[in-house]
Design a protein around this ligand. Structure first.
Ligand code: ATP
Length: 514
């Protein structure tokens, strides 16, 4: 085999969605009934990949640290939790309706710009407005639309480069001129607040007194159980409480596959610190920790960046929020938010419940409410980042000179759903099959692995490449005829092969899968 050359598929998102469906990673929910927008199912390989991401996070965030403990709280909590947290009053996104098409948009994801032309006399005039939905190149789309408008209206002069603003910033006189992306005419309503919490009723009565909510984040569970955890006596400041679990948001525009869905899983940690502690130091510590962790599961450094929220756009209690951004196929977007939330949440719950949420400081003999740093990430978003950055199509040439395209998912051995595939060279040679099955049975006790005896070995390698299996071991004639009981180990990315003993194989797995 010669060195493979990587080609970027024409549409990476389409390639990922298609692979996810074809190989059983992700399916649309309720697909036989046409699917339900914003909901997804994880198939046999997807559920393994997702579990591996969650387990890596849990092991590194909770089990391997002495200062973080885990909990699991209920999805439906007392409705007063969501009043105290501010979600009932304020957990909303700005919604815009198109009066004609009935399409709905999130105002902060809908961009517009006036089309400004400067004539020979130096006077600038607005000849209309253009709009575009947020994309990897919103400015480029608006610029192209502006140029088209200038040509269509046959206006002479110089077009000023567009300055995109989002629809929440549109003035009333602009709203009546900005075209709807659906109709091209100014059919949009002013933005209004749309609460994203899903409501349900608890118990047999369906009146106002039984209203409850599916949680829109897991974080409140940690605040509400703060005292319970402290009173069990295992923790001392600074310490964290972590949990993973489902959250639900009635997103106005679920999109980009599993990036923004209506039911998703979060992995959140509340790190409590002394009120006099240096919050900025801890904030930086957790930003670095999260970035290092993403790299430890195989995400490329080149795709990871930071975005600091503007001070003036933060909630009044927030000291600072930094998002870890990731280069997705549709643009650079938030993956992980790290927020310094002061003591707002515990104070809110103390006031609303009448139960103090304080800690006693031995040094000063005073009680105080701890402050918190919150790293909050979506498991499904990491899943997508892993697929998007791991997917590659390569041109490979075999020793006979034949070129073919191989699809490979470069997953970290920590995350791969199948760690190793066991392949007897031929399925009708008892000695090969017997040795392969003995190895498979032994491996399976410790590692997820796969036994495959169907078809040519090259084809079997390709099937494993596509699902991200880091290693294949082939039991061949050298295994059974020569001394040493060695197998051919074939590595996914380099496609290099070498001979390896069973003990060496277990040592390799022990080192790489943790
Ligand atoms: P966004 O601005 O993208 O709506 P957010 O800032 O509201 O996200 P947080 O409330 O900070 O998000 O949630 C923490 C994390 O949960 C996000 O960084 C993201 O990874 C994940 N997340 C939030 N909403 C969704 C969703 N609808 N689908 C999948 N993951 C989500």
């Amino acid at each position: 085999m010669s060195t493979p050359s990587t080609t970027e598929p024409a549409n990476l998102m389409e390639a990922i969605v298609s692979l996810a469906k074809r190989r059983g990673f992700v399916f649309p929910s309720s697909e036989i009934y046409g699917g339900l927008n914003g909901f997804f199912d994880y198939g046999p390989l997807g559920v393994e990949l997702k579990k591996n991401i969650r387990d890596c996070w849990w092991n590194d965030m909770v089990r391997r640290r002495d200062d973080v403990v885990g909990i699991e709280t209920s999805i439906i909590m007392h409705p007063k939790v969501w009043e105290a947290s501010g979600h009932v009053a304020g957990f909303s996104d700005p919604l815009v309706d198109c009066k004609v098409s009935k399409n709905r948009y999130r105002a902060d994801q809908l961009f517009f710009a006036p089309v400004l032309i400067t004539g020979a006399d130096g006077v600038a005039q607005t000849i209309g407005y253009v709009s575009a939905l947020e994309s990897a190149d919103t400015t480029g789309e608006l610029q192209a639309a502006a140029e088209l408008m200038k040509r269509k209206k046959a206006v002479q002069g110089t077009l000023t480069a567009v300055q995109p603003r989002d629809f929440t910033e549109a003035k009333p006189e602009e709203i009546t001129q900005i075209p709807s992306p659906a109709t091209g005419n100014p059919d949009l309503t002013p933005p209004r607040a749309f609460n994203m919490m899903f409501q349900t009723n608890v118990g047999a009565m369906t009146d106002a007194s039984s209203v409850a909510y599916l949680r829109p984040e897991t974080a409140q569970g940690m605040f509400v159980d703060f005292k319970n955890v402290v009173d069990t006596g295992r923790v001392k400041l600074p310490f964290g409480i972590a949990q993973t679990g489902k959250s639900f948001r009635n997103e106005i525009t679920p999109r980009n596959f599993i990036f923004r869905s209506r039911e998703f899983e979060q992995m959140e940690m509340e790190f409590f610190i002394h009120e006099d502690d240096d919050w900025a130091k801890w904030h930086r510590y957790w930003i670095n920790w999260c970035k290092d962790w993403l790299k430890s599961i195989g995400l490329p450094d080149s795709h990871i960046s930071e975005f600091d929220h503007l001070k003036e756009k933060l909630a009044f209690y927030s000291k600072g929020t930094t998002d870890i951004m990731f280069k997705f196929p549709f643009g650079v977007q938030e993956l992980w938010g790290i927020a310094a939330r002061g003591n707002y949440d515990l104070t809110q719950h103390a006031t609303a419940s009448g139960k103090p949420q304080e800690i006693f400081d031995e040094a000063t003999k005073k009680k105080f409410v701890p402050h918190v740093i919150e790293p909050a990430v979506g498991l499904d978003r990491i899943f997508l980042a892993v697929l998007a950055s791991g997917y590659a199509e390569e041109q490979v040439t075999d020793e006979k000179g034949n070129t073919e395209t191989r699809t490979v998912l470069r997953l970290s051995p920590r995350l791969a759903p199948v760690k190793v595939a066991v392949l007897p060279l031929l399925k009708n040679k008892e000695a090969l099959v017997g040795r392969a099955q003995a190895l498979y049975t032994k491996l399976k006790r410790k590692y997820p692995c796969f036994y495959d005896e169907a078809g040519a070995v090259g084809r079997r390698y390709r099937r494993q490449d596509e699902i991200g299996t880091p290693w294949c071991v082939t039991i061949d004639f050298d295994t059974i005829e020569k001394e040493g009981d060695t197998f051919t180990l074939r590595e996914r990315d380099s496609m290099q092969q070498k001979r390896i003993t069973e003990a060496e194989l277990f040592a390799l797995l022990e080192e790489q899968v943790y």
